[in-house]
Design a protein around this ligand. Sequence first.
Ligand code: XUL
Ligand code: CO
Length: 439
Amino acid sequence: MKEYFPDIIKIEFSPGKTGHGLFFRQYNPVEITGEKSMKEHLRFSMAYWHTMCCGGDDQFGAPAYVRPWHDVSSPMKMAEERVYAAFEFMQKLGIEYFCFHDRDIAPEGKTLSETNKNLDKIVRLIRKMMSETGIKLLWGTANLFNNVRYIHGASTSCNADVFAYAAAQVKKALEITKELGGQNYVFWGGREGYETLLNTDMKMELDNMGFFMQMAVDYAKEIGFDGQFLIEPKPKEPTKHQYDFDVSSALSFLKTYNLDRHFKFNIEANHATLAGHTLQHDLRIARINGMLGSVDANQGDLLLGWDTDQFPTDLYSTTLCMYEILKMGGFEKGGLNFDAKPRRPSYTPEDMFYAHVAGMDSFAKGLKAALRIIKDGIFDNFVAERYQSYSHGIGKKISDKNPDFKSLEQYALKLKSIENPSGRQEHLESLLNDYILNS
Ligand code: XUL
Ligand code: CO
């Protein structure tokens, strides 16, 4: 078996060490923080598509990444070499989970049966590597957007043959996700959206998408797949309007089609910001609805209007993300999947390591800060105090849903003055700074 990163040894936590070099400055996998070790809290995952498949091309330029496992004779050989490179990479970083689309791990053949055979062969190899290394599958999914057959979408395509083909593809993806012990199965919309309403039967497309997901839920039950189904919202790209725009709209879709009890959310930072939200906003909506499942950990560039999928290094975002995750009691089946790629000029194999180390350290720091914020209760206490008017008097009656408009009018007519407390936003932001700096 070829070693793909011979110059890189296992990356270690090196407290106090500074300067360049591949080592963790914040992430100590075995350190107990709260009740769990850091690695149990964070459950880092490698995204196969960016890290193992992406060539670093963009709209204006050819592939630029140096990825030695890409330079082999045939697509199947490349798929095999990719598996070896992936497991060596994850082991050297101490990443214990990975995620893939069916087409990331094995190439399409001339027919669907040939494609499925390709998949079976690579799945056998992946399974062997998983049992040798202890690395686990966080989630699997189907790529229903790259092949030109999905030009009008998959389950929302105007073409019933495409709907059927997509169903066959998801059936197989569920089978292999189960076979590899996947803890979740993800639906990201791909091309499930529209370019213009002038040619679109929106009601039929949404009904079909609901039916498609119901069939997936039914089939999972039939084959005994007990992983968690996740929806990953994104507002636009590749289509102008994706149906799973953000957590709120995807939640309303799930409720309309009676699917909400079968699904949670996989929330991606860059998708939330494309929707005009912070990552914390979408995490909060999912959390208060008991539907926060997993996170695609990355960040966008707010000066660019597209999905840049950068590695997460913004400590405010990682801290507030970990705050929401800890507040829901931590991940159950989910994790932090680095759906991120190095910038095109960071084209060397070492950059794959530097980029992941940056993301892992940023989340370790965020975890430490969030744990202390929660332990000290600084925001909780402030919020409780801010709403204390609902704990007694008229507020208590409102909380108990007792009054009506007439009794509230009686109360309001007798009010002599109204005093409001301060929101203290700037003070709270400076406390957040302190926690990030001092954790
Ligand atoms: C696309 C995206 C996907 C999903 C899986 O923006 O995030 O890679 O995470 O299909
Ligand atoms: Co994603």
